[in-house]
Ligand binder design. Structure first.
Ligand code: XMP
Length: 321
């Protein structure tokens, strides 16, 4: 099935919101729905659309999977509670790390995250809450890249022929399927979300697991989380499309206090891009790069090397896994 895009030029945000609220209302009827809020612009938009349509018949959850950014779960819950949308924080860290244990292949890691999220965590929540619908923030670009076989975006289910009713026990509703990111930002703004949300830089569904090469253990997730926090702080004023830290699998010889220190490598990426389909590295000033290297090697335990990616997409991709 081809999905008809609503382009930025065509989009009338108020009309779009009214239509989607109506569709969600009529699909769910007098039943209940669940939605997972991750704090990104897509899921934040869907949360507000769903809340408008269903009020307290929408159960919004934030799944703490152990691979979110530093302090993110609490921050997101507080932000939405301030908007009058209650969010339930679900601690699923153990389940995710158990599913990721021993996996190094990128697609196997994605599959483990997908299954844990949709089957284990949501399957259970749906049963407990009596909801029959999951509201989902899938956008058109997620579908394109998955269907093209570039990367499996973790939120793509029906477009891969997965019958969610049969596989997981609920039906998926995807109000943003006809939009790309710039159009979602316009809808988010029209819904009254703050600029910090509607202009938020993209973050992948598989979270920091998309930035850990090799096995994702709690310790390795912590390393990339700390490095990410420093990168986000240092590069916040660059205006770049997206910036991130990647933890490499290979170790390298370094030195500390006059002794050999065989440690980890962090790669920093900072992208100029319009829509993530192509991209080029930002020409960062060398003093920023140097400060990043100094902060990461001194504050993140075990890291002895920091590199900067200078490759374009393609052939690179924005994330590493
Ligand atoms: P890539 O790495 O495919 O990323 O160039 C394109 C954009 O999509 C964001 N994003 C994801 N990337 N898996 C990914 O690899 C996902 O499930 C996913 N979800 C979102 C990514 O951060 C970049 O902006």
């Amino acid at each position: 099935m081809t999905i008809r895009e609503i382009t930025l030029d065509e989009l009338n945000p108020e009309e779009f919101i009214a239509q989607q609220v109506e569709t969600v209302s009529s699909t769910v009827g007098d039943g209940r729905a669940i939605n997972a809020l991750s704090g990104g612009v897509d899921s934040s938009t869907v949360t507000l659309l769903g809340h408008k349509a269903l009020g307290d018949r929408l159960l919004t959850v934030f799944v703490e999977n152990g691979i979110m950014r530093k302090e993110e779960p609490q921050r997101v819950v507080e932000r939405f509670e301030a908007l009058g949308v209650p969010v339930e924080l679900i601690d699923a860290r153990q389940g995710f790390f158990a599913a990721l244990k021993g996996l190094t292949d990128p697609e196997e890691k994605r599959e483990a995250i997908t299954q844990t999220f949709y089957k284990t965590v949501f399957g259970k929540l749906v049963k407990e809450s009596g909801a029959r619908f999951l509201l989902h923030g899938t956008i058109l670009t997620d579908v394109d890249e998955t269907v093209a076989g570039i990367k499996r975006q973790h939120n793509i289910l029906t477009q891969l022929g997965i019958d969610t009713e049969e596989a997981y026990g609920y039906q998926v509703i995807e109000p943003l399927l006809q939009l790309r990111k710039p159009a979602v930002r316009v809808v988010a703004k029209a819904l009254g979300l703050s600029e910090a949300v509607y202009n938020r830089m993209p973050f992948p569904g598989p979270a920091l697991a998309a930035r850990v090469i090799g096995e994702v253990t709690p310790e390795r997730a912590e390393t990339v989380r700390e490095a990410t926090a420093i990168v986000e702080e240092e590069l916040a004023d660059t205006g770049a499309f997206q910036y991130l830290a990647i933890l490499h699998q290979d170790k390298v010889t370094g030195m500390r206090a006059g002794k050999r220190d065989y440690g980890s490598q962090i790669e920093v990426r900072c992208w100029e891009s319009a829509d993530a389909r192509t991209g080029s590295p930002t020409r960062l000033p060398f003093d920023i790069l140097e400060r990043l290297a100094d902060r990461i090697t001194s504050k993140v335990p075990g890291v002895v090397s920091v590199t900067y990616n200078v490759t374009k997409k393609p052939p690179s991709t924005i994330e590493a896994v």
